[in-house]
Design a protein around this ligand. Structure first.
Ligand code: DHB
Ligand code: MG
Length: 221
């Protein structure tokens, strides 16, 4: 099935996803630096992120888990010129490639890349930090419950929270799987189920060039 999913993603991309030289350059530079693209969002998912940002007129975005900044570029392309992205990456090597990609892109939007543990950086933001309009959580899956809580502190009513990779080829319902990443996602579902600050939440399974996975989406009350 995997080949079919990949071929269909290609079909979708060739029909509906316009070529963007900045995005193409980002993928190429990341590949030249020797990093595989399996951690990057698929282009059709990048477009979905853009559409959610555009339909909500978002200006301030928080991203946890930059990797090489390919998803960051998708987010940035959806923002007006005075838009702002705070993106946090835990690994020095990934952040170095991300910064190169950000520098090469020369976008008008401000992309503020910080390196370190996302939870520590979020906790150390000034108390008067303006809320974010859109939050993309894509860092270590083990910490998703903590990231969701911290994100809520940086949200306003209507902020959209998008959490990547919450299905993991079905591992989340395998009772024998107790990996920290899988346990983290299960805790995230529980938290979303009962959180008084969330208006609504859902999750969708996806198949495609990145395999069988999915994402969760929540709106802040
Ligand atoms: C993994 C992480 C991601 O954010 C992703 O999009 C795909 C895979 C991983 O850790 O395997
Ligand atoms: Mg991801």
């Amino acid at each position: 099935m995997k080949q079919m999913w990949t071929d269909l993603d290609h079909y979708i991309e060739t029909h509906l996803i316009p070529e963007d030289p900045i995005l193409t350059q980002t993928l190429k530079h990341t590949d030249d630096r020797g990093y595989p693209d399996h951690l990057a969002v698929a282009p059709n998912q990048g477009m979905l992120l853009q559409m959610l940002i555009q339909m909500n007129g978002c200006k301030r975005i928080l991203e946890l888990g930059t990797f090489a900044a390919y998803s960051t570029m998708w987010l940035a392309r959806a923002l007006p010129e005075d838009g702002y992205i705070l993106t946090i990456e835990g690994r020095d090597a990934h952040a170095a490639v991300a910064q190169e990609n950000i520098d090469q892109a020369k976008l008008k939007q401000t992309i503020d890349l910080r390196v370190g543990r996302a939870a520590d950086i979020l906790k150390s933001l000034p108390a008067d930090t303006a809320p974010f309009d859109f939050i993309f959580i894509d860092a270590d899956k083990q910490s998703y419950p903590e990231y969701l809580e911290l994100s809520l502190n940086l949200s306003r009513s209507g902020t959209l929270i998008f959490l990547d990779n919450v299905i993991r080829a079905g591992d989340i319902i395998n009772p024998d799987n107790h990996k920290p990443s899988i346990e983290g996602i299960r805790k995230m579902f529980k938290l979303m189920q009962e959180h008084p600050r969330l208006l609504s939440s859902t999750a969708l399974q996806t198949v495609g060039s990145k395999g069988h996975d999915g994402f969760a989406l929540a709106i802040v009350k």
